[in-house]
Design a protein around this ligand. Sequence first.
Ligand code: AMP
Ligand code: MG
Length: 490
Amino acid sequence: MADIKEINQIGWYLDNSYANLPETFFSKVKPTPVSSPRLVVLNEPLAEALGFSSKELKKEESTAVFGGNKLPEGTVPIAQAYAGHQFGHFTMLGDGRVILLGEQIAPSGERFDIQLKGSGRTPYSRGGDGRAALGPMLREYIISEAMQGLGIPTTRSLAVVTTGEEVMRETPLIGAILTRVAKSHIRVATFQYAAAGGTVHELKALADYTIKRHYKELEGCENLYLSFLKAVVERQASLIAKWMLVGFIHGVMNTDNMTISGETIDYGPCAFMDIYDPAAVFSSIDRQGRYAYSNQPTMGAWNLARFAETLLPLLHDDENEAVRLAQEAVSEFSQLYHNSWLSGMREKLGIFNEELQDKALVEDLLNMMYKYKADYTNTFLALSYDKPEDVSMWNTDEFNYWLVSWKDRLSRQAQAKDVCWELMRKSNPSVIPRNHRVEEAISAAENGDFSVMHKLLKVLTCPFSYSTEHAEYASLPPKTNKRYRTFCGT
Ligand code: AMP
Ligand code: MG
């Protein structure tokens, strides 16, 4: 292990507050060393924001930490326990291939979990090998950083190392470890774990810890746990509305993949849609379309109902009253989501004030996009830059009629036209991580060329600019009959 002086130079400043929770919530376990870790991507701006020296993080010493071969000063490595509903079925889970090194206290005073994903087996690995492959880890890196660029709360990616070892999936793949950063990894499923097998004392300890970490402003509220539930409902409503506004499909909204902090987590089978389609599904295992694009708000509310159930013993001594309070809190999701979505849609269309017919205006546009198979991102982009697109929808009477009513709508507000453009341009990204671009970057990287990925990341981190570089990434994938497919547990 490196000495303290050296580590301090790197910038490690770890606390381990989660490890002070009752022992049922975690297992102490160290990463399993790998043969020859090699740093392939480092997120320098994130590193600096966390208080690290990027220069030091590029050195062999730190590569050894990212590979799990060396432990940083101050770590109490653990794997977290959780349960969860996967596609509606309750299961005992836990970090099967992840080790939490601790919580880095950033210079801002904020606390961030630092996790190694793919760092070997843990007591929760079940049949898994505890490892991860390079492709999926790069995918998580690219999409999480794209989400950050889009202003959507998300876990972050600090680094990827290859391990020098192969992982066996359908074929042998290049082994890799992702260093993930999050406000915390406390999930709906962590509460389900506490409620399923733990005591009320343990459940309360978890709730108090989570409130202190993520909802400190609630401390002192009259019914603290009810306020907590409502605040989580609110954050998830806002988060899912943000996904919907950019055409993001999470793909695996199981309760173990829903954070209490309100950050998007788990970039396994997610994808952004090109053509607008409410039924869009990319995940190969989601055959029923449970997590289809337009089902995401319903599934969010379903998960929150599971969360509310876990809190019942804390909500009220009388069980019936507790159930009533929980139901009431979860039922607020629908309106909160709708308000958040509609206000986001108004911004996408340059609308500042509110009119009753706004929802119909948006729905008419979406229905036409569906009917004429228009690209979701590029339609809003074309409207924002007042550049008609050379695609079928733009040549129809019904769309031109819609354009007139939209422009009429814009004239019924005080703001001048250029102010409307400005609002639209900062609300409609010119680039999203389109599936064909992500695949292209990953496949080049798997063959040793990381330049394609770096070029892609450069535009994805500032998606609201519109340079010639961005224009290149706004182009659609070549037409194909094959449906794009994504995979879980890779
Ligand atoms: P996910 O589908 O990524 O949300 O993972 C579901 C569960 O499977 C989590 O508990 C993971 O930790 C676990 N898991 C996924 N991949 C592996 C693996 N290769 N080895 C062990 N556990 C895994
Ligand atoms: Mg997961």
